[in-house]
Write a protein that binds this ligand. Structure first.
Ligand code: HAM
Length: 417
């Protein structure tokens, strides 16, 4: 049986093949994301992977709706696997926002599903670190969030030489559009064209722009001027105060594909421009209002960092650590009549927090010792009457320790020098 195209298996290291996905690498980046979010005072939330189809069809915009994994469930309900986390968050906030002091700062690491054409950096499922701030209109919140994005990537060893956050503003584009075209209903279609500027064939883009009454030259000139709006300038200044200026630049080429963004938007890219976007986000001040049917009105902003492009970048920059797992003790059972007492020792060591392995079935002593080496055990332990013979596999030193002292002996030994 093959797995579905666009889905991944994650194996523990050492990997059976270089093209296989590493469960250890994924765990490593998720831990760094969580730790960085907590440093910024964010709390973790989660929601269901399956949602009513309607949560996404009206709020996220065409592009994502075309990529939905949706079906009718056995109760005749139209449902979809979540393609993004933001509508779920908006629903959760709308339901219980009164119980939380504003601004609300929450993060999540959901697995998301999009029926996309498989290509480099894009699969049909991915893990995405989401961080959002709810209930704050000040640009101080935008800057705080962008600083978190920068630090989440820095926590993995990436520097300003590796990535840049391109800052833009839907407000700036909205104004630019409205000066020339008064059909506001078409503004989102226009934004979509700008979003695809870098990926679409120039003839197709020109044709589309003409239909909105724009020339490519006007668009290029606007992007090249890159004149920061007042809100963008405040964000840039705030980030400069933190010493993070070199990680951001104003770039109106970014406009974002999702329909709900209202103000500042941004995307993180590798500096060499070889990969797809590492992360994307922005302000969505109307979404909670829309999802709550007008009941709750709260400003909001957030971002998502996907695991796929990020792992490609970390691999290319050789920033992934080696994930050689080791254990603390391998208990040798060379005499089967000692198995039960050995199990008691194993339990005692595990209760004390050590990682312990042993042979589940009778095995020759040399085979057991070989296994201890393969598992990169720090010690072997073997019962001898009321004592345990502990061998340090690095120094090859041996010690006979009374059973009652084994835990304290090992704790002492594993203390960093
Ligand atoms: P997004 O730009 O659609 O934004 O996705 C954010 C990031 O997730 C992308 O930059 C990319 O790294 C990753 N990603 C998205 N789709 C795929 C895919 N098919 N394969 C691999 N990686 C992918 C959002 O989803 C927004 N909801 C983010 C947000 C949170 N905005 C406000 N709060």
């Amino acid at each position: 049986m093959e797995r579905l195209p666009g889905f991944r298996d994650f194996y523990p290291e050492p990997l059976p093949h270089p093209d296989v996905w590493s469960a250890d690498a994924r765990q490593y980046i998720v831990e760094r994301w969580r730790a960085t979010a907590r440093r910024y005072g964010f709390r973790e939330y989660d929601g269901p992977p399956l949602e009513p189809l309607e949560l996404f069809t009206t709020k996220s915009g065409e592009e994502i709706v075309g990529q939905l994994y949706n079906f009718i469930d056995k109760g005749e309900r139209p449902v979809a696997l979540r393609p993004e986390m933001t509508p779920t968050l908006a629903r959760m906030i709308a339901a219980h926002e009164r119980n939380y002091k504003k601004p609300i700062k929450w993060f999540a690491v959901p697995q998301l599903f999009r029926y996309e054409r498989q290509q480099k950096g894009r699969l049909r499922e991915h893990f995405q670190f989401n961080a959002d701030i709810i209930g704050e209109t000040s640009t101080a919140a935008d800057a705080e969030l962008i600083a978190l994005l920068v630090d989440s990537l820095r926590s993995l060893g990436l520097s300003e030489a590796d990535f840049v956050v391109r800052l833009s503003s839907r407000n700036a584009w909205q104004q630019f559009y409205a000066e020339r075209n008064h059909d506001s209903a078409k503004a989102y279609d226009f934004f979509q064209t700008i979003d695809k500027l870098e990926r679409e064939k120039p003839e197709v883009t020109q044709e589309k722009l003409r239909s909105f009454g724009f020339s490519i030259d006007e668009i290029t000139a606007f992007i090249q001027r890159a004149e920061p709006t007042a809100e963008l300038q405040q964000i840039v200044d705030n980030l400069a105060a933190r010493g993070l200026s070199s990680f951001v630049k104003v770039d109106y080429q970014v406009i974002r594909g999702l329909a709900y963004y209202t103000g500042v938007v941004f995307e993180a890219f590798d500096r060499k421009g070889e990969l797809r976007a590492i992360a994307g986000g922005g302000r969505y001040d109307n979404l909670i209002n829309l999802i709550s049917g007008g009941r709750v009105d709260l400003a909001a902003l957030g971002f998502g960092i996907g695991d796929i492009v990020l792992l490609e970048l970390l691999k290319a920059r050789k920033l992934l650590p080696s994930f050689e797992a080791g254990i603390d003790v391998f208990v040798l059972i060379e005499d089967e009549s000692l198995r039960n007492r050995s199990l008691a020792l194993i339990q005692q060591l595990r209760d004390a927090g050590f990682s312990v392995e042993y042979s589940l079935t009778a095995a020759k002593p040399d085979k057991q010792f070989k296994r201890a080496l393969e598992l990169k055990s720090a010690f072997t332990g073997r019962l001898e009457a009321d004592q345990v013979r502990l061998k340090n596999l690095r120094t090859r030193e041996e010690r006979l320790v009374p059973s009652s002292d084994v835990v304290s002996f090992l704790k002492n030994e594993s203390r960093p020098a």
